[in-house]
Design a binder for this molecule. Sequence first.
Ligand SMILES: Cc1cc2nc3c(=O)[nH]c(=O)nc-3n(C[C@H](O)[C@H](O)[C@H](O)COP(=O)(O)OP(=O)(O)OC[C@H]3O[C@@H](n4cnc5c(N)ncnc54)[C@H](O)[C@@H]3O)c2cc1C
Length: 391
Amino acid sequence: MHVTFSEADLAFQEEVRTFFRDEYPDEIREAVSSGEELPREMQIRWQKILFEKGWAGINWPTEHGGTGWTPVQKYIYAREEGNANAPVIVPFGLNMVGPVIYTFGSEAQKNRFLPDILASNTWWCQGYSEPGAGSDLASLKTKGDLVGDHWVVNGTKTWTTLGQFADWIFCLVRTTSDVARRQEGISFLLIDMKSPGVTVKPIILLDGTHEVNEIHFDNVEVPVENLVGEEGKGWTYGKVLLQHERTNSANTFRSEYRLRKLREQAATSVRGAPPLADDKNFMRRLAAVEVELKGLEYTELRTLAAVSSGKAPGPESSFLKIKGTEIQQAIDTLYMDAAGYYALPYRADPSVGEGTETLTALRYFNFRKATIYAGSNEIQKNIIAKHVLGL
Ligand SMILES: Cc1cc2nc3c(=O)[nH]c(=O)nc-3n(C[C@H](O)[C@H](O)[C@H](O)COP(=O)(O)OP(=O)(O)OC[C@H]3O[C@@H](n4cnc5c(N)ncnc54)[C@H](O)[C@@H]3O)c2cc1C
């Protein structure tokens, strides 16, 4: 396997590096570094900067305003983005529903929705999970009945990330009950959050943050033209979307950035104490995570080599998701150990602890979610057992 880039790719790398150095606003850079959740306005501002540059639709084809980049260019971009510690793009529009619409949607849907998604003029959220349907998503109960030229939707979606900001929600909805397999009869609907009958109920997490919601649909009328693709084929479209979501969950280069920062911190003496780098046990554990991450990076490169030669990505997205999120959590544990008891009183008393240490515990607990969302890691292991190992 060759891991050197061509002259053209090296020139591209330089262009991306210069962009992040010169056009990533200090105000947003500092907000990301602080470890606090990025306010909605900053998210949108950053995505609009990418749009102006023509880099919002990384995975989108050029005919819809995307970059049309090769897999190697996407890889280079992801690496520079991670190294710059740039904001994580809100994925629901750009990385999830956008690709579903340009792949399976009608011309009218493409014209209506894609430009606003690309320019971050609309905020989308994802309506898959329900109170009784998470891992076993095919058991979802939200129902759509065709009445005249509308689907009348009733049911509840849950864990809807950032749904409180959303203009639109894309939903998997059961539109036919009389089916041979439960995966049939599910449709992919685009629902305006301002429709009468839509209620957003916040779910406040243990740390007091409002990140997820329950969304209730009470006789919500959805025009038939908001059905994506064919009625009853939503499961197929939803699966395509989840593969994108899982591959993006690996976050290799953000992990690389965090490990590098941790090494820098470990080399410094804090409050007169010997630097953490003197602690052989800590440094051995840090090195072990670095080795794991290097392994993940090479697995990503192997996937990239396969995709570059025309192969479609397959169940390796499950592998990348498991390993990537396990490594993220191992890094959070190292940060907790490094901060010691200064990490404990997060949000409780800002006078205790220094700098961003008090946010360490906040991140540690918040990112327990990484092994659950996008399909839990246990479910990814089932996929690997079935589709890779043939068990
Ligand atoms: C912070 C956060 C944000 C989220 N955002 C969204 C969102 O925006 N939109 C959305 O639609 N959903 C979202 N989700 C939901 C997420 O996709 C589900 O939580 C996930 O699919 C697991 O479903 P569940 O919570 O119902 O757990 P369950 O399915 O009840 O699983 C409980 C436990 O049992 C294990 N388990 C279940 N079945 C099996 C099996 N067959 N084999 C082995 N182990 C099994 C699971 O791994 C898990 O550990 C979010 C979740 C979280 C935590």
